[in-house]
Design a protein around this ligand. Structure first.
Ligand code: NAD
Ligand code: DAU
Length: 332
């Protein structure tokens, strides 16, 4: 049995990763998750209890992390504070989880010689102009804009230093914006879908011209799995599916799918420091690892995602009012 430790495995991408990983009968997974507001035990419902262990704990808890890492063959580190708006309201938990938490995991990996994969984001590279065709590559300079992306950049730097100075067996992936099932309703796409279900107009920050490069969460996780198996130690891989869309377009597609007029949204106050555009060049991943997206049809992916939120209201309903109350406080 191959034993994987998945930090943040009760969050959006982590839970989807655990679901994918356990399809392989030779894999057993331990989830280490603090169960912050962003986690939901129900995201792991229905999985084989003989091959899934869930530990409630903090990645910044050194002794706990050391004990768990010692008993596993590989670590996939998803755990993070992940939402930009929250990092603008209170950066402190981002420093502790994203930087100190990563430090603790790296130290345990160093002591036990464990294979490590670090999950990161395109946001560490800052943003791109709206009106040129440029894309981030693995050689782009780090230029984070928000407290969230600065802490993710810091965690990437720690991994690179631990590879070079201590020879840990690590890989890094930087992915673009994910969508799909089990995503918290604070994030753009689920927020708008659940707003429409509730008869509330979707909320577009500022002009809505900001561009994100969307990827289905299962395509992200398939790439992570391949990198874990076949990635070169010390390397960084970009994961993206060539699906740049501006926010207004995404909202209009959702409105059309949900049977409402395309202009049934409202503009709200912009996010301070709002990154203009992200775009990923995943040539290295495609050429070296042979990965390509299995869900390249964004419209179909959004239809399926809308249907998932319609069918799984019990999963998100309990978090919706609190999330919207938080947005109301910050005027968005
Ligand atoms: P999420 O907020 O849905 O989940 C984060 C999980 O980490 C939650 O289960 C939470 O309880 C857990 N967690 C938080 N602090 C913890 C701590 N101190 N100890 C243990 N667990 C803790 O986030 P997500 O969207 O699933 O993102 C997962 C990872 O992927 C993050 O590292 C994020 O930076 C990265 N990423 C996300 C995206 C995206 O579009 N969502 C894109 C690229 C990279
Ligand atoms: O690029 C990868 C990153 O994508 C990840 O590292 C982050 O963890 C993840 O949260 C996401 O960051 P964004 O800030 O791009 O995602 P968010 O869902 O918050 O917003 C997407 C875009 O939509 C962004 O331009 C802001 C805008 N937006 C967001 C919300 C919540 C709106 O216009 N209205 C909204 O209500």
């Amino acid at each position: 049995m191959r034993r994987l430790l998945v930090t943040g495995g009760a969050g959006f991408i982590g839970a989807n990763f655990v679901r994918t990983a356990l399809r392989d009968p030779s894999v057993a997974v331990t989830v280490l998750d603090k169960f912050t507001y962003a986690a939901d035990p129900a995201s792991l419902d229905g999985l084989d209890p003989a091959r899934l262990t869930v530990v409630t704990g903090d990645v910044a808890d050194g002794p706990l992390v050391d004990d768990l890492v010692a008993r596993h063959d590989a670590v996939v580190h998803f755990a993070a504070e992940s939402h930009n708006d929250n990092s603008l309201a209170d950066p402190e938990p981002f420093i502790r989880t994203n930087i100190e938490g990563t430090f603790r995991v790296l130290e345990a990996v160093r002591r036990h010689g464990t294979r490590y994969h670090h999950i990161s984001t395109d946001e560490v590279y800052g943003d791109l102009p709206l009106d040129d065709g440029s894309r981030f590559t693995e050689a782009s300079p780090y230029r984070p804009s928000s407290p969230y992306s600065a802490t993710k950049a810091g965690s990437d730097m720690l991994v690179r230093a631990w590879v070079r100075s201590f020879g840990i067996r690590a890989t890094i992936s930087n992915c673009s914006n994910n969508y799909g099932p089990y995503q918290h309703v604070e994030k753009f796409i689920p927020r708008q879908i659940t707003n429409v279900i509730d008869g509330v107009a979707p909320k577009v920050y500022g002009s809505g011209t900001n561009v994100r490069d969307w990827i289905h969460v299962d395509d992200h996780n398939a790439a992570v799995w391949e990198i874990l198996e076949r990635g070169r130690i010390g390397e960084t891989y970009f994961i993206g599916a060539d699906t740049q869309r501006d926010n207004l377009t995404v909202v209009q597609i959702l409105l059309e799918i949900m049977g409402l007029p395309k202009d049934a949204y409202e503009h709200v106050t912009d996010r301070p420091g709002h990154d203009l555009r992200y775009a990923i060049d995943a040539t290295k991943l495609r050429a070296e690892i042979g990965w390509c997206p299995r869900y390249p049809d964004f419209h179909r992916g959004l239809e399926n995602t809308v249907q998932w939120y319609v069918d799984n209201e019990s999963w998100w309903r309990g978090r919706k009012a609190k999330t919207e109350a938080r947005y109301q406080e910050i005027g968005r």
